[in-house]
Every structure is written in C-alpha cells, then in structure tokens.
Write a protein that binds this ligand. Structure first.
Ligand SMILES: [Zn+2]
Length: 311
C-alpha cells in the first residue's frame, strides 16, 4: 500500500477489499493514520457507487429477539447466537489486569505524584486487553448484522430502551457488552446497502408476553421464567424464541396488510403509558427517535401494533 508522504507501507491486515473497490472505480477521499494501543492504524474514506442489491431472500421476514444471555434468537429456526465465549474470557482477564493497575502507584493530580514504572506497565497491559474486548465485540456484532442484512428482505427488532435499562446498574454491563444499540444501528444501514428494510417494533409491544400461537397476552412474565407456557392453547416454547416469532408475525400482519401508504408522519409514540398495552417489559419512558410510524390494524388495542421504521 502506498500512502502520500509515508510512501509504501506494509499492512498487517490484507487490503484486497479496498484494492478491489479501487479497480471498480472507487476513489479514496482521505486516509487517516493514528497510533492506538500499541499499533498503527490507517483508515480510509472511500467514495464508491453501491450497486442496487437485493437480499438473498427478499420476501423473507425474520424476527430477532436481542437478549443478554443469548445475544440473538430468531423466529425462523436459525440457530441462536450466544454471546461469544472468548469475549467472556477476555473480560475476565481485563478485570484481573484492572485490579493489578489499582494496586500500583498511579499518578495523582492533587499531590503531583508521578506514576511508577510498574503502574505504567500494568496500565499499558490493561489498555491492550480493553482494546481486545472492544475489537471482539465489534467483530461479533458485524458478523451478525451483515449475515442478517444479506439474507432477509425484512428484519424486525424490538425497540429496546437501552438508555433506560442502562440505568439499572446490574444489567448495564451486560447490555453494553451485547451492544444492542450498535446492532440496531448497523442493521439500519446494512439493510439499506443490501436492499432490505429494518422495522423496529414499538417498545410497548408485548413481544415476550404474547403467545405466538394463539395471541393471548399474559399479564405478567418475570424475566426468570425462560419458557413461555400458554394456558390458553398449551404452547410451550423458549421465551426468546416466542418473542422472535411475535416480532416476525407483527410485521406480516401490519405491513403486508396495509402497505407503505399508511405511513403517517406524526413522529413520536409518547401516548401509550408504560403500564398500558405492553406492560413493563421495558419500563422507562424514553424519547422516541425521529421516525416514521406505520399504524397497522390491531385486533386488540391498536396501540401495541406500531412499527417504527428507522430509515
Ligand atoms: Zn396460546
């Protein structure tokens, strides 16, 4: 790879992908070189035409239930994605290194104390481990979102109130690890690239409490109950799988029946109270993103069957 000023440099990562883009007529607008965590990184901004694409299964709809124990559970029998094990191992190592740092003499702004050599070394090791955790997390999420966006015409996820949940400190670490918000952000732009669409169910839609077979809605379903058992029709199914089914069939009922012309641009969904249609699956009121709202026919309340479209 040849850069201006620096000249020819060797890269650790292969540059075949960017080379292919260039032969296809892409232009590099800029290159940024930076030093981070013991490595040099170079990133490129590339202008390229993206040919209109179609996902492999354009009419397929998949409901995706994002979770903490299991990162993603799907409505179509695709095997669930566990949070990667190596991430947990890396996290454990990171915690150990952090403890080692805190036992050593660090810098102190009040007393002007300089950090010890041991502290510097331990701190550098901690930073490297942190970097690795972040990279592993990013990688897993990218693989998941790319594969979904390439395959399905319509992807339905839940509008999890991540900001609200992060205030609950015990859940916070796990959720930010799982990167729900990032998953949604990537799905939004990648479905755009691949010609599919992402639909986000209203956060009050009771995806977990609804029976995906007969449609009965339970008043309560504590988080520790991992299997959904319906008293009405006898359905017994993994809790998250049931939720994924509900997300998928939500879009079939709503969008297939009404078409895009039912979009109305009122822009926010503050009206349904947390204790209303959807119960308390996610509990903190939260400003809705600027998004168009599709309102579909609803057999029950009308309020729980909203689909926000993020793009
Ligand atoms: Zn049922």
């Amino acid at each position: 790879m040849v850069l201006p000023v620096l000249g020819r440099i060797k890269t650790h990562e292969r540059v075949t992908k960017i080379a292919r883009l260039l032969t296809e007529g892409a232009r590099i607008a800029s290159a940024t070189v930076r030093w981070q965590e013991g490595r040099w990184h170079v990133s490129f901004t590339v202008h390229t035409e993206r040919p209109p694409a179609t996902p492999a299964r354009p009419v397929a709809v998949i409901g995706v239930d994002l979770g903490i124990k299991t990162l993603a559970v799907f409505s179509d029998g695709r095997p669930p994605i566990a949070n990667p094990r190596h991430l947990n191992n890396a996290m454990r190592k990171l915690r150990r290194l952090s403890r080692a740092v805190s036992r050593k003499h660090g810098p102190d702004r009040r007393t002007g104390q300089k950090p010890s050599q041991r502290w510097r070394r331990a701190n550098a090791a901690r930073n490297r481990a942190e970097h690795r955790v972040a990279a592993l997390r990013r990688d897993g999420i990218h693989q998941l979102t790319t594969s979904l966006a390439r395959t399905y015409g319509t992807i339905v996820v839940e509008d999890l109130n991540v900001a609200g949940m992060i205030r609950n400190r015990r859940l916070a670490q796990a959720i930010s690890d799982a990167g729900f918000g990032e998953i949604r952000r990537q799905l939004a732009y990648k479905t755009g690239w691949h010609g599919g669409r992402l639909l986000v169910a209203s956060r009050w839609f009771p995806s977990s409490k609804t029976c995906s077979s007969c449609g009965v809605v339970k008043a309560k379903l504590p988080l520790r109950v991992r299997t959904y058992v319906c008293e009405g029709c006898g359905l017994s199914m993994d809790r998250d799988e049931n939720a994924a089914h509900n997300l998928a069939s939500l879009v079939e009922r709503t969008v297939a029946g009404s078409g895009p012309e039912t979009i109305n641009g009122r822009g926010a969904d503050h009206k349904t109270p947390p204790g209303g249609a959807g119960g308390r699956e996610t509990s903190t009121p939260h400003r809705a993103p600027a998004a168009r709202i599709r309102r579909g026919p609803s057999p029950t309340t009308g309020e729980s069957l909203r689909i926000l479209e993020t793009q």
